[in-house]
Design a protein around this ligand. Sequence first.
Ligand code: A3P
Length: 322
Amino acid sequence: EEDHEELNKETLEKQLQALPRENGWDGASLYLYKGFWCPSFAIRGVISSQTHFKAHEADIVLATIPKSATTWLKALIFSIVNRNRYKPEDNPLLKASPHDLVRFLEIDHYLNGAPDQNLDQLPQPRIFATHLPYASLPPSIKESKCRIVYACRNPLDNFVSFWHFVQMLEREDMQNILPIDEAYEKYCHGYYGYGPFWDHILGFWNMSLKEPEKVLFMKYEDLKGDVITQLKMLANFLGFSFTVEEEEGGTIEEIANLCSFENLKNLEANQKSSRRNNFGAPMNSFFRKGEVGDYVNHLTPSMVENMKKLIEEKLAGSDLIF
Ligand code: A3P
């Protein structure tokens, strides 16, 4: 058995050696794997989760491109499905990071390729996060009846958020971090973790049109604009609709307030800069500014104009606008 595993590892490493590579913004490698740029810290987990992960019908999968409301939706989904399990003052979100309560498939549960043996012991319904594009999800997620919530964000803000986030990372495989104008060039070519954004967004967008019971498509900007309406839609989609009593009793507002940027950011678990996750992000790096349109403070007018053109061109014909 061990020999067999060694052999598999060897084949895998050979397979990885053969993939096209680019340098990411932090100097670490990105692999072009099935059409997207996979960070080196995730690639083994991606391949392993594709091979081993078995979805259950009741599972919930949160898919995002990094820096598009992952943290927020982890907290919101966790709160919606567990709202009758805890008294408000005992909500685990008060003590733990959303990233500890809802973990990433490829970078937590299958980190470096070793499957988590305890997936069946997770609380029901199981909630998983992933940054994988639709086309590269483990087949069992696509084939089972489990639900997928997808969230994205205006690429201009997404880029700015990403760039700030990279400044806070620390990993052994990192080199020098690129200045913002060079990172911008890379972003526009799709060279960053899980890029390019257009394939990522369109993959889930198209599935949400084709199978609306399977994929719910959400935007950071809509959540910011009217969190209550979005929460109702999300709860309905998940099969955890709010009752009239809950609506009248303020349950939706309670969840929105608990998961608000201001509230989560100031909790001790989310302020820790000394604790880092599996890809070198300190726990406080997931809360920066939490606003729509911050790109104007960081990009030149010509960068903005060029990216707007790119967004229009790449999303043309989709009815999607940012
Ligand atoms: P900014 O860098 O623009 O502030 P992700 O969670 O996908 O990693 O994305 C992080 C972005 O979402 C950051 O954006 C972060 O500040 C913002 N964010 C995190 N939690 C949030 C919340 N509860 N409400 C609104 N925005 C939040």
